[in-house]
Design a protein around this ligand. Structure first.
Ligand SMILES: Nc1ncnc2c1ncn2[C@@H]1O[C@H](COP(=O)(O)OP(=O)(O)OP(=O)(O)O)[C@@H](O)[C@H]1O
Length: 263
């Protein structure tokens, strides 16, 4: 593993993580540079979300000699500060507090990592300008005044991406972002993520949909039973044989227009 520098987003060394009574991540070693585009694949329960939650400090590694977690070159973080640098879009759709606010306010909550705009939060005019800019950037100006609870799943996902981007996050961490989206919303989401990736935003994407793996994603992590079992170039790892081995079933795979489709 190379030395840490300003270009490093993440460095995990010998990381083990427990959820409840069980260790669910084992000896994870991973180094990610800023601006990289990575897909994380693996069967249900193999630890993909736990890996992302370790990066966002929602899950903590077991303390042991040789274990290290470094994010943006630092081992200790003020969580509020860290959340501003990470754009996290979780697999779940927005929770109850967010459902009652407008798309504009939901994007603004990204500045505070909050679920709603609590009255004690001070929203500045710069923040408002930035939220408007982000909604424009993600082609969602029409969602500005729409109440989140009255949006479709695809619209809610867009707003959550806007929320993740508003603080100028360097890295987007996305957990199954195309869940519950219809074909058209999936395509819109891919186009949006492609644009962001091309503009230099780093992406770590957990997905069960191989078609979500954007042409811009060139690195694939494969996980199984809490371990990273393969980490390398998409062109080498995204094969029917590899996927069949990973998921323990016969997987078919075709590539078309730089996208991959599996069945
Ligand atoms: N809150 C929790 N408490 C206890 N165990 C948990 C909790 N969340 C997850 N786990 C366990 O941790 C392991 C890894 O779960 P994780 O959600 O990271 O997997 P995943 O690869 O993201 O799965 P999926 O593809 O189904 O979303 C699983 O065995 C799961 O049962």
């Amino acid at each position: 593993m190379g030395p840490l520098d300003a270009e490093t987003f993440l460095s995990l060394e010998n990381v083990n993580v427990a959820r409840g009574e069980n260790v669910v991540l084992h000896d994870v070693n991973l180094s990610v540079k800023k601006g990289e585009h990575i897909a994380i694949l693996g069967p249900n329960g193999c630890g993909k979300s736990t890996l992302i939650k370790t990066i966002t400090c929602e899950c903590y590694p077991l303390v042991k000699p040789g274990m290290k977690v470094s994010i943006f070159g630092r081992e200790r973080w003020d969580l509020t500060e860290l959340k501003k640098k990470l754009g996290v879009v979780s697999a779940e759709l927005p929770g109850r507090p967010t459902l009652g606010i407008t798309g504009f306010d939901a994007v603004l909550t990204g500045f505070f990592s909050s679920s709603t705009l609590w009255p004690n939060l001070k929203v500045t005019s710069e923040m408002r300008d930035r939220a408007a800019e982000v909604l424009k950037r993600i082609d969602s100006v029409e969602l500005t005044d729409k109440v989140v609870g009255e949006m479709s799943a695809g619209q809610q996902r867009r707003v959550m991406i806007g929320r993740a981007l508003v603080g100028s996050a360097d890295m987007l961490l996305l957990d199954e972002p195309s869940n519950a989206l219809d074909l058209s919303a999936q395509k819109d989401l891919r186009d949006l993520l492609r644009g962001l990736a091309q503009d230099g935003t780093g992406i770590m994407l957990i997905t069960h949909h191989i078609a979500d793996i954007l042409p811009e994603i060139d690195r694939v992590l494969m996980m199984r039973e809490g371990r990273i079992v393969a980490d390398g170039a998409k062109t080498e790892l995204l094969t029917a044989e590899r996927l069949s081995g990973l998921f323990g079933t016969n997987v078919g795979l075709v590539e078309r227009d730089e996208f991959y489709f599996a069945w």
